[in-house]
Write a protein that binds this ligand. Structure first.
Ligand code: GCU
Length: 680
């Protein structure tokens, strides 16, 4: 059955003509020293792939023969051939690889070359991917290396098996049975991630329990780390800042308390004794009720540095989150993180990354990029994207997120003049940082298909690809994913790609058009709730964000309002300053405007709003129609599952539109124009 379990590693039988090509080019395999565990996995994966795609594993040879597939480290390569440009290889660093046709001992071979076993594993996965995409092997001459160092999934998984904002069933980690039971799924998880180049995973929720740092839980994490290590994936843990109090009865967790500092050093030592390649800690401190250094009047830098100091002897890092806002702060929530962290620029130890969400509020369908990007040149900033779709319809709606990720990565901060994109901030090239990182809040659960829906798998895949190369293109990624997941046939991939590429904008249109944000119902964030205005924490009320009344709508973040605009560089601030000329996708994020404000189309704001909502509904319907037309190309199981979800999406797009417009019509006194989709 096509249940989606295999993700992008399906290795379907290749069509005859292409299989012939492969058989001519690769006849046997020279594995090299398979005592190396990583290389052993590369060989195992290649044999799995060849067996499934071509019907049989490759015969093994000890030396290059005609049409061998060889895996060689640059060192080994230099000894047996000078046909390959090893200088080029050196540039590929620790994790890069080269795939090429070469001559070894005068024999034509297909070569995977890298500076490390890890690079060879990535090269093997890439070869298998290219074969699934039916790329001509003769033309293969492809080198690649990651532009970002730490490419990390963040699991918001709790120790009781629940997943915060998880829509694919409960956690894949069975904390009860670990470390004794190693579910084979852990290995498949590692394979799927290694195939994308993801090299780190934070196992537990940012809202973490101190007990995850207890010895018994470290042993459980160690068992997972053991499975992941040869795949090049490091384990990290979310650390609760007051763990010394909760685990060992300390009176405080003050970073200036020498006993507390020592506790963290001892804890780090204990962890590294059983997880020698432990990655480090992820910390949510003084945010949404979590403990932190602020409880003792200390700064985020002091808190982060204490943990960094403990991890430093072992090469560990701290990923300190900038997702900080307080109900006691009357300031615009969207400004608070910048206010808090900007003055700390340069105050963090070298092994600290500041992990910043893509936008200043919280993973909305659309937000402008976070103003901290470009504002802290002396601190390496790590990107935090959300893969799980907390605010974009969970696992039921289709929303391909690569265009969202790309929009943020490509945004120009102008921090060092034109071209200072967010991608350049986080890949370290703008400010010369060596330690770099990107995180994605995982959408993985124990659902058979991992992500709750087939199309949600695309977001995990796209995150991995963009983490490797933040300049990659969301269309290419989408097309590759479709070919790997369904079929290569263009009659299928082109219309489906079109549908994916428009899907996120459709969600923006029917949920939060024209720069609106956070209008979702309280708590679960599913479905519309723009009318909610009575929650204890004002900044959790949708009304706080849209500020709609009979005179107008939108959040004034210009000089006359919160002046959040001033947190951006002059150029960016200017580009958003004038509602008459700016990019209207961000209009109501930055401006409070009268309902009769004239949009660039000449229509009034109210008319424009109605049109966007209507358009969102039309787009959902169009996706549904497209999918119906693709039935001949898709197996029954995945066709039906997707079709059912699209029916929900169409119904709920309508729900969003009707409910939102009914509410806005009520507060504005404006009638919903005739001829637009009537409420059901
Ligand atoms: C959002 C989300 C929370 C999560 C928080 C975070 O607010 O709704 O569930 O804990 O982000 O990123 O820390």
């Amino acid at each position: 059955a096509e249940d989606g379990y295999d993700l992008w590693l399906r290795y379907q039988t290749l069509p005859e003509s292409y299989a012939k090509d492969v058989n001519r080019t690769i006849k046997n395999l020279v594995p090299g020293d398979i005592n190396d565990p990583t290389r052993a996995l590369a060989i195992e994966e290649l044999q799995t792939g060849f067996s499934k795609m071509l019907g049989k594993p490759l015969p093994i040879k000890s030396n290059a023969g005609k049409a061998s597939l060889m895996l060689l480290t640059s060192e080994a390569l230099a000894q047996i051939s000078n046909d390959v440009d090893t200088a080029k290889l050196t540039e590929l660093g620790d994790e890069g690889y080269l795939l090429t046709q070469a001559k070894i001992n005068n024999k034509p071979v297909t070569l995977i070359a890298a500076n490390s076993e890890q690079g060879l594993l990535y090269g093997a996965f890439e070869l298998l991917q290219q074969m699934q995409l039916q790329t001509s092997l003769k033309e293969l001459n492809h080198s690649s290396s990651p532009k970002i160092q730490r490419r990390v999934l963040n699991h918001w998984d709790n120790l009781d098996g629940s997943v915060e904002r998880g829509y694919a069933g409960s956690s894949i980690w069975d904390w009860w049975e670990l470390p004794g039971v190693i579910n084979p799924r852990y290995k498949d998880y590692a394979r799927a991630n290694a195939a994308l180049g993801i090299n780190g995973t934070v196992l537990n929720n940012v809202n973490s329990k101190a007990i995850s740092l207890d010895h018994r839980y470290i042993e459980k994490a160690a068992a997972l780390a053991e499975v992941f290590r040869p795949y090049g994936i490091k384990v990290y843990l979310s650390a609760r800042f007051n763990a010394p109090m909760e685990l060992d009865g300390f009176e405080n967790a003050d970073p200036q308390n020498p006993k507390v500092r020592q506790w963290w050093k001892d804890k780090a030592k204990e962890i590294y004794q059983i997880i020698p390649n432990f990655g480090g800690f992820l910390v949510k401190a003084n945010s949404e009720g979590q403990p932190g250094p602020g409880d003792y009047g200390r700064s985020h830098a002091e808190g982060a540095n204490m943990l960094a100091e403990a991890l430093e002897p072992y090469g560990g890092i701290v990923m300190w989150r900038a997702f900080v806002y307080s109900e006691h702060d009357a300031e615009d929530r969207g400004k608070q993180a910048y206010n808090e962290f900007k003055p700390l620029d340069g105050k963090f130890k070298d092994n600290v990354l500041l992990q910043v969400k893509n936008g200043p509020i919280d993973f909305q369908p659309r937000e402008p990029y976070h103003p901290l990007f470009g504002a802290m040149p002396n601190t390496p900033l790590m990107m935090e994207f959300q893969i799980t779709k907390e605010y974009l319809g969970f696992a039921t709606h289709i929303a391909y997120l690569a265009p969202l990720y790309q929009e943020v990565l490509a945004a120009d901060t102008f921090a060092k003049g034109k071209g200072s994109t967010v991608a350049k901030v986080i890949d370290g090239s703008l400010d010369g940082h060596k330690l770099t990182g990107i995180a994605g809040v995982a959408n993985i659960g124990h659902h058979r298909n991992w992500s709750g829906s087939i199309f949600n798998q695309a977001n995990w895949y796209a995150f991995g690809r963009l983490a490797w190369d933040p300049y990659a293109d969301s269309q290419t990624i989408g097309r590759d994913w479709l070919a790997l997941t369904f079929t290569n046939e263009e009659q299928f991939t082109e219309p489906t790609l079109g549908m994916m590429m428009r899907s996120r904008e459709a969600v923006v249109d029917y949920m939060t058009p024209l720069g609106l944000a956070h209008l979702m119902a309280t708590g679960h964030h599913y479905g519309p709730g723009p009318w909610v205005s009575d929650l204890g924490r004002p900044e959790w009320n949708p009304a706080y964000y849209h500020k709609a009344d009979k005179n107008g709508i939108g959040f004034d973040r210009t000089k006359t309002g919160s002046n959040a605009l001033a947190q951006y560089s002059k150029e960016v601030a200017q580009s958003f300053a004038d509602p008459k000329t700016m990019d209207e996708r961000y209009l109501l994020w930055f401006h409070h405007l009268p309902w009769d404000f004239k949009l660039q189309s000449g229509k009034t704001l109210w008319q424009g709003l109605v049109e966007h909502y209507d358009h969102g509904v039309e787009e959902a319907k169009a996706m549904q129609q497209t999918w119906q037309s693709l039935k001949p190309y898709v197996d029954q199981e995945r066709f039906t599952d997707t079709a059912q979800r699209l029916q929900i999406q169409v119904d709920e797009a309508q729900w969003w539109r009707d409910a939102s417009l009914a509410y806005f019509s009520h507060v504005s006194g404006k009638a919903i124009p005739q001829g637009t989709t009537p409420p059901k």
